[in-house]
Each structure stands twice: as C-alpha cells, then as structure tokens.
Design a protein around this ligand. Structure first.
Ligand code: NAD
Length: 246
C-alpha cells in the first residue's frame, strides 16, 4: 500500500537522535526515500537498515558540506531542517561566541540548506520545506533561553520569507513550534541541573497536559506538513506543545 510520502525524496538534518530521528523513521515508514543526515555519524548508524533510508554526514554549519550534499543528493521534494542547539542563560550569560554559534547553527544552517537545495526543488516543480522552531520563539519568552529564543524567532521570519517568495512556484515552507519534547538533549539538560528531579518536574509543568511530548508525536506533524495532505498550507507556524501556548 502506498504511504503518504511514496514517490518523494526527503532530506532530514539532525536525524541521529530525538525529533530528527523519529521523523526520518516516520518519513521512511510513509514510503519516502530518506536521506538522514547529522554530524554524529556513530549515532546515525543506528538508522542503517531502515528500508528506504540512507545516512550521510552533514554539518549544517559548513557551507562546503551543504553544497556537496545538495550536489550528491540532487532533487528532493521534502526538506526537514531540524538541526538546532539550546544555549542556556539570559543575555548576561550570552557571550558573543554563544550568540554567534546559536545563530549560525539554528538560523544560518537553514539558510545554507534551503539555498543549496531550493534551485533543484524549483526546477523539479516544487516541494515542502519544514523548519524547526519552538514555542520559545516569537510565541513565548522563556526565562534563561535568550539566544535560543532569538534564533527560533528568526526561524519563523525565515520561514515566512521563503514561503512568500516561492508560494507561486510550488514551494511550501512551514515552521513547527514544539513545547518540551523528551529527547536525548533534554535528558542531558535535566541531568546537568543541580536538582535533576526538580528540573524534570519544571520541564513537565510547562505543558498544561502534564507531560513531555514524544518525538514520534512531533514526527507525525512533520509527516503531515511534508505530505500532499497539507497542500493548502504554507507560511504557518504550527504549535505542538501540550497546551503551553493556550
Ligand atoms: P537533540 O537536541 O537531542 O539532538 C540534536 C541533534 O542535532 C543531534 O543528533 C546532533 O548531533 C545534531 N547536530 C548538532 N549540531 C549539528 C550540525 N551542526 N549539523 C547537523 N546536525 C547537528 O534533538 P531534539 O531535542 O529532538 O531537538 C531537535 C530540534 O528540535 C532542535 O532544533 C531543537 O531546538 C528543536 N526543539 C526541541 C525541543 C525539545 O524539547 N526537545 C523543543 C522545541 C524544539
């Protein structure tokens, strides 16, 4: 039986773990030909053997690597820009290097990837771009997430801009804004806290539903935005947050 992404080729960044991994798996399960990429080649190996999926190193902060990937992978119909990093602290804890790193990975990484892949997508008649933002963006100010929130708000602007420029040429571009999702990096942030149990409770308490999101729940939304079911949707920022933004 044909899946919702049968006949589509999809590139996923940051696919070695968390939401990116769950989405790469969900894309493949829906029949897409998936190129799952990450800088963590060791963890990427965990995806080898998934039918329809190949893995590839890709550091989205490296323009040369992104260009080489675009050349090698060629036309895709789906681009999921998932790579991002959480810097913790207010503006007073954010050195210029922290700012530059967050903006370079979380925002410029998407600029690099879209710029490299879009020409072939346009030539082939269009496709769907999904960008990873967050509730911590233009939607909510979150304490201790200065650089992160700034960068994820920029992702919403980038998404609108790309959507506006290419809406008449078959390209859709949407952003997703998850609340707190149980991923390896979230577990690291919890583990690094002075009181891990208190940190875990605080992360859960952000969602009125009283729990963390699961990567598979976010992946299901990305599948929808990647598929033709969402053919009338572009330029949106979709919240998926256990009610955080109610
Ligand atoms: P994660 O943070 O556990 O994993 C991130 C992945 O990104 C890792 O596999 C890492 O190797 C990869 N990566 C790091 N630098 C990279 C680079 N330069 N190029 C390519 N890949 C790189 O996964 P997660 O928590 O699911 O987060 C994925 C995305 O979702 C991020 O953009 C994050 O900001 C966003 N997000 C996460 C949550 C959450 O609560 N987990 C909430 C909202 C948004």
């Amino acid at each position: 039986m044909a899946g919702r992404l049968t006949g589509k080729k999809a590139l996923v960044t940051a696919a070695a773990q968390g939401i990116g991994e769950a989405t790469a798996r969900a894309f493949a399960a829906e029949g897409a030909e998936v190129v799952a990429t990450d800088i963590n080649e060791e963890r990427l190996r965990g995806l080898e053997g998934v039918p329809g999926l190949t893995t590839r190193r890709l550091d989205v902060t490296r323009t040369d690597e992104v260009a080489a990937a675009a050349k090698e992978v060629g036309v895709v119909q789906v681009l999921f820009n998932c790579a991002g990093f959480v810097h913790q602290g207010s503006i007073l804890e954010c050195e210029e290097g922290d700012w530059d790193f967050s903006m370079d990975l979380n925002v410029k990484g998407m600029y690099r990837v879209i710029r490299a892949f879009l020409p072939a997508m346009l030539e082939a008649g269009g496709g769907s771009i999904v960008n990873m933002s967050s509730i911590a963006s233009a939607l909510r100010g979150v304490p201790g997430r200065f650089a992160y929130t700034t960068s994820k708000a920029a992702v919403l602007g980038l998404t609108k801009a790309v959507a506006a420029d290419f809406v008449g040429r078959g390209i859709r571009c949407n952003a997703i804004c998850p609340g707190t999702v149980d991923s390896p990096s979230l577990q690291e942030r919890i583990g690094a806290a002075e009181d891990a149990e208190a940190a875990r409770k605080a992360f859960i308490a952000r969602q009125p539903m009283g729990r963390l999101g699961r990567p598979e729940e976010i992946a299901a939304l990305v599948v929808y935005l990647a598929s033709d079911e969402s053919a009338f949707v572009s330029g949106t920022a979709v919240s998926i947050d256990g009610g955080w933004s109610i």
